[in-house]
Design a protein around this ligand. Structure first.
Ligand code: AMP
Ligand code: MG
Length: 545
């Protein structure tokens, strides 16, 4: 139909191709040495960066979810049917022409100890695609079957952990936190057995595969294994490959120089620091910050027993395996990141044979984290900076208050924008009412102390002379209204397991605009309900996935 007054001779953008029509590249495989052995059984891998291995086909592939935003990034059309050829590919049942699937070789420090060879035990990278904007991304299936790195495990993933990875990858992206992305979630139609509580009661659960997307899935551990096995030539080749393909501005086109390698390590430290500032800003706790779960690109990677702070608590860890030492609790994360970077520095030492560039990078981490944290705190409070007399005391007391009575971190900061800069105590406290898990928190001494703090905060905000509406808008741009609360993810899992994808779809839609008010979805911004406090999956999680 011709619409009057609208020209119809504009060149129209070509419709996006389907996944099966894409052209695939495989630079990791083409440019780095692979395992000469192809036998797909648990075994040590030596003198290689990867093993070529195909995903294991599954019984009944079916797409359960497709992330439109990731599809748009890659320029891939949404599949027409949940059981079409895309479901075959994205569940690992079919390898397309041009793809050279591989499992990467890596090691890692787990809970502070060297664990030797780990590697992609259930993740298989299919290929790389060039997006319409010229960026390149690898497609990786998680839960795609056994590889030489599977050890005694099955190479599979269960639906619950796959939904959690799918949701959180995209939620983090929308929050502005560097993360690997998720394109799709596919059911395998095959059962997977897991002992969720490690108590000798394994259950059969539905299996699933997530297709993850990232420019590279290289981890600190890819370098650590080469250093541990004294494969120095390969270590250099992997480093130079990562620098050339992922940090081209540093490589400068030709041979990678020692100076470029030093700049690269510093860049990794800086990116990791930025990621830590972002996690602390939104209250994300990774739960398993082993060096094999640290991306060389500074992306959040490997969503396992992660969680979101509800009650603000520096000591909180979502991972039941981490409970004895709380190594990976919220407040420890920046220190662990730096510890992990020090492990990476040790692994890279043979490239430099000098500690100075590595020490320089580690110092850059500390500086970037410290400056970034001050900037982030100022932003969260709507202040142009935290540098006036009394500011540090104001911030210190705020965090003491947050720990003193169980306070929902997300709701607290979001509500702070709505507090008037002067008025009676009741007016100051009114907007904060939804943030406390103790119904009487605002009644007694705590309420009086908080009102005192809000009064001083209001005076400080007034003193900077920024129009109030502008200050509030700024705060709402960094303090999310919607985060992936653990019980919300669990509700999406329960519904999907019962055949209802609408809960997951609604959550994805709402989380794609985490800083916007969405009045019809207010329920998703509420405090965690009491029933969820101790329910499995809603607060603490095990590594079993
Ligand atoms: P993760 O805790 O998921 O980061 O995994 C740690 C290591 O265990 C990695 O080498 C994984 O590939 C491997 N792994 C975890 N789950 C499985 C599984 N079900 N099958 C094979 N390998 C696994
Ligand atoms: Mg991992």
């Amino acid at each position: 139909m011709r619409i009057p007054g609208v020209r119809d001779d504009f060149p129209r953008p070509a419709p996006a191709p389907g996944l099966c029509e894409l052209r695939f590249e495989n630079r990791f495989v083409d440019e780095l040495p692979g395992d000469p052995e192809r036998r797909n059984a648990p075994r040590p891998v030596r003198n290689a960066c990867y093993t070529l291995v195909d995903p294991t086909p599954v019984r009944s592939p079916r797409l359960l979810a497709w992330a439109d935003a990731a599809g748009e990034l890659l320029g891939i059309a949404r599949p027409a049917s949940p059981e079409g050829p895309e479901a075959q590919v994205l569940s690992g049942s079919r390898v397309l022409p041009g793809m050279r699937p591989y499992a990467a070789r890596y090691g890692g420090h787990q809970f502070g100890h060297w664990a030797g060879q780990l590697g992609d035990g259930r993740a298989i990278t299919l290929a790389e695609v060039e997006a319409p904007d010229g960026s390149r991304h690898e497609l990786q299936l998680k839960g795609a079957g056994v590889t030489p790195d599977s050890r005694s495990a099955d190479g599979r993933a269960v639906l619950r952990s796959s939904v959690r990875e799918y949701l959180c990858s995209e939620a983090m992206h929308w929050l502005g936190v560097p993360s690997t992305r998720a394109l799709s979630l596919a059911a395998t139609g095959e059962p997977v057995e897991r002992d969720m509580f490690y108590d000798g009661n394994p259950q059969v659960e539905p299996g699933a595969v997530v297709c993850r997307v990232a420019p590279s899935f290289v981890r600190f551990g890819n370098f650590e294994i080469l250093a541990a096995q004294e494969e120095s030539e390969l270590l250099r080749r992997l480093a130079d490959f990562v620098i050339r393909t992922q940090f081209p501005a540093l490589a400068g086109g030709g041979e990678v120089s020692p100076a470029a390698r030093a700049d690269w390590f510093e860049a990794v430290c800086r990116r990791t620091a930025d990621m830590m500032v972002a996690w602390m800003r939104v209250g994300f706790v990774h739960g398993v910050m082993n060096t094999d779960n640290m991306s060389i690109l500074g992306l959040t990677i490997d969503y396992g027993p992660y969680g979101w702070l509800e009650g603000y608590d520096l000591q909180w860890t979502p991972n039941t395996t981490d409970l004895p030492g709380r190594r990976y609790c919220y407040g420890n994360q920046p220190y662990i990141a730096q510890w992990n970077l020090a492990r990476l520095a040790n692994a890279l030492y043979p490239l430099f044979e000098d500690t100075a560039p590595l020490e320089h990078g580690l110092r850059a981490f500390a500086q970037v984290f410290e400056q970034g944290s001050m900037r982030m705190l100022a932003d969260k409070l709507g202040l142009s900076s935290i540098d006036r007399e009394g500011d540090e005391a104001l911030v210190r007391e705020l965090f003491e208050l947050l720990q003193a009575s169980e306070t929902d971190m997300t709701i607290f900061f979001r509500s702070l924008a709505g507090v008037p800069v002067q008025g009676e105590d009741a007016h100051l406290l009114g907007p904060m009412a939804g943030a406390f898990y103790d119904a009487h928190a605002l009644g007694g001494a705590h309420g009086a102390r908080l009102a005192g703090w809000l009064r001083r905060f209001g005076e400080r905000a007034r003193a900077q002379g920024l129009p109030d509406a502008e200050r509030r808008a700024r705060m709402n741009r960094v303090n999310p209204k919607y985060v992936l609360r653990n019980y919300l993810a669990q509700q999406a899992i329960d519904a999907l397991a019962a055949g209802d994808a609408s809960v997951l779809e609604r959550l994805m839609r709402v989380l794609s605009r985490p800083y916007d008010e969405q009045p019809q979805h207010e329920d998703l911004a509420a405090r965690r309900p009491e029933w969820a406090r101790h329910r499995a999956g809603c607060s603490a999680l095990s590594c079993s996935s």
